[in-house]
Ligand binder design. Sequence first.
Ligand SMILES: [Zn+2]
Length: 112
Amino acid sequence: MATPVQVEYKDASHTLHIVFDDDTQCALPTVHLRGYCPCARCQGHSAGPPSWIPVTSWRMATVEDVTPVGNYAMCIVWADGHDTGIYTFARLHELARTQDEIPESERVPEGK
Ligand SMILES: [Zn+2]
């Protein structure tokens, strides 16, 4: 599994740019990341694929900080104070693969 060597949040485009140590990189929309927040508070304890949590304001999708968790994951701190989402590198790869088709329901309402 490739490990991120550089993580940079781009405020203007609301994307998280990640460069992996195998020279691959991705630009993940933060709405997509937040909407699939993996924490128990967002996802409950049900098994199965993660469900979509509506992102209702840009504060929810603005990255305040990114901190490493061991050598397998990172924790994203969001501007609304939500900081319990631990994103494993495997999960980030998965999200990068599925970001191309972002449905209408994942868009943040205008002006929020
Ligand atoms: Zn969460």
